[in-house]
Design a protein around this ligand. Sequence first.
Ligand SMILES: [Fe+2]
Length: 394
Amino acid sequence: MHATDTAMHAPAANNWVGLPPPANPALVGTRNYFQALDNFTRVFAIRPGDRVLFLADPLLDRRVIDAVNGLAQSRGASMRIYMEPSTRVTEVPKNVQALLEDATFVVSTWFCSIIDPLCIALRRKGQRWVKITYFRDLDLLHTAQARFPIDIVGALCRATAARYPKEQDFDLHFSDVRGSDFRIHFTAEMCRNQLSTNRWRGQMTAEEDGAYVHYLPTHGPNLWDHNSVKNDTSRQTQMSGVLYPQWAIGFAEPFKERIGVFFDGEYVSRVEGESDEAVILREMLVGGRMIEGGGCGFNPKAPRHTIYPAGSNAPGALHFGIDLVKPSDYIRRVMPDWEEPPVHMDLVMLDATVKAGENLLIDQGFLCALRDPEVVELAARYGDPIELLEVPVY
Ligand SMILES: [Fe+2]
């Protein structure tokens, strides 16, 4: 055959169609949107008579505030809004304390929401919280992660919790192909404390007294954090080893070099590497304290390779939150409007293997609970379990 015959009879490679086209938004958009709205109204479980306080910041989409306000109004609840100059509030300002104490339901963009002692104390008395780091733009309601069934996210959390050994000491062990080898020691009491929190029990809505949940409902509970010591941050947890993170927030793409972050107890003792990124991390991290080891994604439709603003929330993707000794000039330069203050960094591992004692939680970045029979059975009520659970979004 002559070369020009091929050109005449075979279509150009870029015209070949072997896979279905993306769904037509005109056909599925409304259904998808209402599916997401149902998650929204369930997570923001405002009760009649609630006093809602919205802790906002100037870069938040005003429509998000209006959406929550509309929900509060429809339920016969009142809502107040207080705006700080940024989300990077490291403690509840004195002038806001009385407002906060009066609220029964809090929606917040502020960094200090999880750690401020006043917030923790008020939740212990029953105040319910929704943290909206992942809902800064109302248009996020049109994403696959917003409409993903929250009951499946809850089931994934519960199935992962079930893998933690009970009534015995064990190590939570992180490893990967780069040589990460990091252990966090759990006592039976620490494990009980941690798994009793609402998200580990699979409660993804703020309906329970004392709830603390994320919306969008993507950020699951942490594999280890200070909930294990009832938020007594003066208590030190036995941990040590090395992490070779693939990436970190504030870096445009994954690291090319194998950068080692070594820990002595909860604190970073040294950072090994020669690249520009290693130099930046060394300057930033040495002396920093692990506070989130690791944050784990549990929403199968959370974009796997989006780590901004606070770690990929795809299932089995991990981020390790480290509080820094001093504000980082690098973070201030590259992320002046970051939702977190420049005294915090998240290291990211998308391919880690994690074991709790002998039990596998994550296998090379794959959250093992995705194939648990009770999870698959539940997912089957909503669609094809394979499509729902194992087709990632990038
Ligand atoms: Fe996190």
